[in-house]
Design a protein around this ligand. Structure first.
Ligand code: ZN
Length: 283
């Protein structure tokens, strides 16, 4: 999980909103929706000030007469995210923030959409606010749905606003048959609120299971090479190879599923040894 640069900071959310709504053909609808412009400006400023640690202080403005929540979320769907909508260029600019088009939330799947950090169904004035829109794969977007809590200790990590020190916080337990389970273990010096939010992040996006399944596949793909290394050389050479894998994965992302997996395999190398030994004698 890597921090992203807050997108489109030189473009005001209320101007994006105006550009989107003025493309409606129904001029009465345009004039009614434009009454929301100032609320979008104020709510977007407040959101940037309070997210994520003071999220409980965020109060959305009341919408003017004639406008309901769905009108604003429709602006996102039909004018911002739609292929030919006037807001699509902003949508694409946010999507392109993701390195190598990989979802920055899970770090595994491809970016296909934008995730509203505060859901548009509950916070419609933030429907097209760029800092509320995170590049995401479809699964991360769907798994979170509208579950975001507004209690600052129970919100997932915000990739534009949270600063997470570059130290290991994702770890694994290694079972006797090399079953891998992921958990959060932050350094003691870290704020306990950040630890809770990292745990929430894994829960919200259902990442424990996803990471365990990738780890299990990585091990299955490596067993042949590991046993060959042990047969042709020895256990110490294999351990060095795992350390190399770990360092390489950590260099790219200290807390990717792969970095945590190899960290765990190196620190539980006795289990790897016994597992491979049993495998060899049972062949
Ligand atoms: Zn994802």
């Amino acid at each position: 999980m890597k921090k992203l640069t807050k997108p489109l900071s030189d473009t005001k959310p209320e101007n994006i909103f105006e550009e989107c709504v003025t493309s409606y053909r129904d001029k009465e609808k345009v004039n009614t929706l434009l009454k929301c412009k100032d609320m979008i400006r104020c709510d977007s400023i407040l959101y940037d000030e309070v997210v994520p640690s003071k999220l409980d202080k965020f109060k959305q403005s009341s919408l003017p007469g004639g406008v309901v929540d769905k009108n604003l979320s429709d602006v996102y769907t039909t004018k911002f995210a739609a292929e030919n909508g006037p807001g699509r260029k902003y949508y694409n600019a946010i999507k392109e923030l993701a390195e190598r088009n990989i979802c920055p939330i899970c770090g595994i799947r491809m970016v296909k959409t934008l995730d509203h950090y505060l859901p548009k169904s509950k916070f419609p004035t933030l429907s097209v606010t760029p800092s509320n829109l995170i590049p995401s794969c479809r699964d991360c977007n769907m798994d979170k749905r509208d579950d975001t809590s507004y209690d600052p200790e129970n919100t997932p990590i915000h990739l534009y606003f949270d600063d997470i020190p570059n130290e290991p916080w994702l770890q694994v337990t290694v079972g006797d048959n090399l079953e891998i389970l992921y958990y959060i273990s932050c350094p003691d010096t870290w704020d306990s609120g950040l630890r809770k939010r990292l745990e929430k992040h894994l829960d919200f996006y259902d990442l424990h299971e996803l990471y365990s399944s990738h780890a299990s596949s990585e091990i299955a793909n490596s067993i042949h090479m590991w046993t060959k290394t042990v047969m042709q050389s020895n256990m110490e050479i294999l351990k060095l190879a795992l350390i190399e894998e770990c360092e390489s994965a950590e260099y790219n992302d200290m807390n990717s599923w792969k970095a945590a997996l190899y960290r765990g395999l190196v620190s539980n190398f006795d289990k790897v040894k016994v597992y491979l030994f049993n495998l060899c004698i049972n062949k």
